[in-house]
Design a protein around this ligand. Structure first.
Ligand code: FEO
Ligand code: CA
Ligand code: CA
Ligand code: CA
Length: 677
């Protein structure tokens, strides 16, 4: 399906696919169309030549060339990407560079807990709670005893494809986003339960055996966190009227986490799961308050019609946020406000409740990335809001970091900022603090809780820069530079261009980069565009062709579209993952690697058909890489599905008993070296 087709689908059908709900119509910005055109030319010239690289490239080279601060120079930066690029592929398989091997582990439905139910389309909702969830996304490897061969793999499960999950769907023409037909206008409750339990996070102990083969270990720390797991609400919104519900009349608890896309790893070692496209899971059939409407809570049926569970159980019907009682403690009008947060999980304490950290704002969190923590300084992290024309945020803790005592409570107090990218290459972090800069009662903000619940509105008010769908961020450990993928924005047009988002009909996206002015917690920065994704050929913002970090045209070795997942490894390799709906000429979604010093960019891995590559983590020795393949076969048409076939049969290749399944892929270098080297 082309991007345009997918856009159309999403525009008319909130439930389709995993693309964000876009309720926002952009007004022309202050600059005129003429000014915008001039700006585009300037960026094209700058990004393709010395102007953009001059600032960053030289600075990076100076820093990276001897990052350990000894007297001797380190190995030449040109060696950072020591593999041969793989070609574009349309095969239904994983492709890795020559000299590398891979293994597929923990596909959706792998038993990890309790009675260890084996995978079947007939699994119940409770079976699913003892199995790995679906639609693998952000991920982190937690070594046990510092081992690179034994640890907890913690991963998000962003959403589900209901047609693959239920016997009732078999033989029915269903699209990837459709649920099986309603029964008497309702959904069988156990189907709802199964879908909820396929969401959330898995914690699974894995160990490496002979021949680099990893396997799941039964372990007391194995855990499923789902859309039903009790969670605590922390930070300024805790206990406020915004989150009081029938379930938690004092506004301190909620159930579940939804649409966990990217992740984060805190300086104290916990796991952060982001809540991204959660709004569509709800319905509000009455007056939609701004804390619903600005996020796209629909007035029609929710994404999976969970509110229509036929047993009417409270844990399902809460997805109807319509007013039904005399006050908020009698219904679920506030349930959508319990979502849109960053959720902190301690994978080593299976009895702990996950904690929603409301200080970090409420929006479509793609993920969160922490800058390396410095003793005696605030902790700094960044999070993007992945919808068209939404923003990039930064959170700075009030307390200073102390490795001996730091914990998640640091995230309950601090300042949330939103980014303004000025057209001259400078930028500002604007604080979203109640009582400051007009965030006051006269302008509709009554408390810090109000500002945080309505983060997008506060950011609108401050004049933040609307971006081309901010996805993952990454911080270069060598120098603190921050990178963010801006995956695409087909609705960007001449009337609302800005220098940081300079392409109209931005089909293929770009990656922006900034350096904070001085301390990581600084409130100003300098930015450039790291690369433009796109096809090979003469690069430029006018024609949607790409350019590499040196401003050179892309080639067969590195064309890419729709950068999404992003990670910078300890050696400063920039890993870039695709989530593209385009076919020709990009082939299946792939993962590339860039060297920020030399500007080299090479394709490292290609996935199977109709999937995205997302989630990335390594063992401490960097000799084992884990990535996720999400939604293989998503492009299977309704008729094809009804006939029992799929566009991809990855990874099992036995479509009669196992549909295509999201799974984790382990990659290693045959000579035992560092992956990517
Ligand atoms: Fe879930 Fe924005 O990707
Ligand atoms: Ca996606
Ligand atoms: Ca993503
Ligand atoms: Ca995406």
């Amino acid at each position: 399906m082309s991007i345009e087709q997918r856009d159309q689908l999403v525009y008319v059908d909130n439930g389709a696919g995993d693309e964000p709900l876009s309720t926002r119509e952009m007004n022309p910005l202050f600059s005129s169309v003429l000014e915008a055109r001039l700006a585009r030319r300037q960026v094209l010239k700058g990004s393709a030549g010395a102007a953009a690289l001059g600032f960053f490239g030289l600075g990076l080279a100076g820093c990276n060339s001897d990052s350990d601060n000894d007297d001797a120079g380190d190995a030449p930066a040109a060696d950072l990407l020591g593999f041969s690029a793989v070609a574009v592929s349309t095969a239904d398989e994983i492709v890795v560079p020559e000299g590398y091997s891979y293994q597929v582990i923990i596909p959706w439905g792998t038993p990890i807990l309790g009675s260890f139910p084996s995978f079947s389309v007939n699994n119940t909702g409770n079976d699913q709670a003892e199995q790995v969830g679906s639609h693998h996304d952000g991920m982190h490897f937690y070594p046990i005893n510092d081992s690179s061969e034994d640890g907890l793999l913690v991963l998000n499960h962003e959403y589900v494809e209901p047609r693959l999950m239920h016997a009732s769907a078999q033989g029915v023409s269903l699209s990837s986003g459709a649920t099986p037909p309603l029964v008497g206008g309702l959904r069988p409750a156990d189907e709802v339960r199964k879908e909820m339990n396929a969401h959330g996070v898995s914690v699974v102990r894995i160990v490496k055996g002979a021949n680099n083969q990893w396997s799941v270990q039964p372990d007391s720390m194995n855990r499923r966190i789902t859309a039903l797991t009790p969670m605590e609400i922390h930070g300024p919104v805790r206990g406020s009227d915004f989150v009081k519900t029938l379930y938690s009349p004092n506004g301190t608890m909620t159930r579940g986490t939804l649409n966990n896309c990217g992740n984060g790893y805190t300086p104290w070692g916990t796991y952060m799961a982001a809540e991204e496209n959660w709004a569509g899971y709800f319905t509000n059939k009455g007056d939609n308050p701004r804390e619903h409407s600005r996020y796209g809570v629909p007035s029609g049926t929710g994404r999976w019609a969970w509110e229509l569970a036929d047993n009417g159980a409270d844990e399902y019907i809460r997805f109807d946020a319509s007013i039904k009682a005399a006050d908020a403690t009698g219904d679920y009008r506030n349930e959508p406000v319990c979502f849109g947060w960053m959720v902190e999980i301690d994978p080593f304490d299976p009895s702990s409740n996950p904690k929603k950290r409301t200080s970090m704002g409420r929006f479509g969190h793609e993920g969160v990335v922490f800058a390396p923590a410095e003793e005696g300084k605030p902790v700094v992290c960044y999070s993007g809001d992945d919808s068209r024309f939404e923003y990039i945020y930064k959170f700075v803790t009030a307390a200073n970091y102390n490795a001996a005592t730091a914990n998640g409570s640091m995230l309950d107090e601090g300042i949330l900022y939103v980014a303004k990218f000025n057209d001259d290459g400078t930028g500002e972090w604007m604080p979203l603090v109640y009582g400051e800069n007009g965030l006051i009662e006269a302008n509709g903000f009554t408390s810090q809780a109000d500002v945080l619940v309505n983060t997008r509105l506060a950011a609108d008010f401050m004049g933040a820069t609307p971006m081309d769908r901010p996805e993952w961020g990454a911080v270069d450990p060598a120098n603190g530079d921050v990178y963010f993928t801006l995956t695409n924005n087909t609705r960007r047009n001449d009337s609302n261009l800005n220098e940081a988002n300079p392409r109209a009909a931005n089909n293929h996206g770009h990656i922006i980069r900034w350096k904070e002015d001085g301390e990581q917690a600084a409130t100003t920065f300098t930015w450039d565009i790291f690369l433009f994704a796109g096809d090979a050929g003469e690069s430029g913002v006018e024609n949607n062709k790409g350019s590499d970090p040196n401003g050179n045209d892309l080639t067969a070795e590195n064309i890419l579209s729709s950068p999404d997942g992003l990670w910078i490894d300890p050696d400063s390799r920039v890993w870039i993952q695709m989530d593209s709906g385009w076919d020709d000429p990009f082939g299946n979604c792939a993962m590339l690697v860039a060297d920020p010093t030399t500007g080299d960019l090479k394709r490292f891995l290609v996935g199977p058909i109709d999937q995205e590559i997302t989630g990335i983590t390594m063992t401490p020795d960097q000799k084992t890489l884990f990535i996720n393949v999400q939604h293989p076969g998503e492009g299977t048409s309704g008729d094809q599905f009804a006939g029992g076939s799929y566009s991809s049969t990855w990874p099992d290749n036995t479509p009669s008993t196992r549909p295509p399944r999201s799974a984790t892929v382990v990659v290693w270098k045959n000579d035992g070296g560092v992956v990517g080297s």
